[in-house]
Design a binder for this molecule. Sequence first.
Ligand SMILES: [Cu+2]
Length: 146
Amino acid sequence: MKKVILSVAVIIAMGLTSCKNETKKVEDTTTTEVSKEITMTDLSFGVRGNCGMCKNTIEKAANSVEGVTSANWAVDKKKIDVSFDYTKTDAMAIHKAIAASGYDTEQVAGSEEAYNDLPGCCKYDHEMAMNQTGETKSDDHSNHDH
Ligand SMILES: [Cu+2]
């Protein structure tokens, strides 16, 4: 009889330790790092615009696209540099978002409606050269129709 009680006690003890081990194992797996694949890509293309306000609007439009992590439009070059996750979006979606805010890109003409709502100083010349070298900055004033 004593033997039976003893063996039951041993089984319970073993059961408790094995349970403890199991919970520990679960904790260990949660600390395993998820492998991070690099799916970022950089893109540059021409976008027409005049000033700092244009810069805000253009960059805001680009950043509103899911997957875009950074956008930087250069007023002197009429060009934007964008970084985005190519598993989440593509170049055309970014062109379209900027065009929807009223600005012409190399591939998509800006929305006329949004253009008409732009402040006067931002109503850029649709014939403006894009992807400029930045050396003709002094000519920028000719873009303003005051
Ligand atoms: Cu502007």
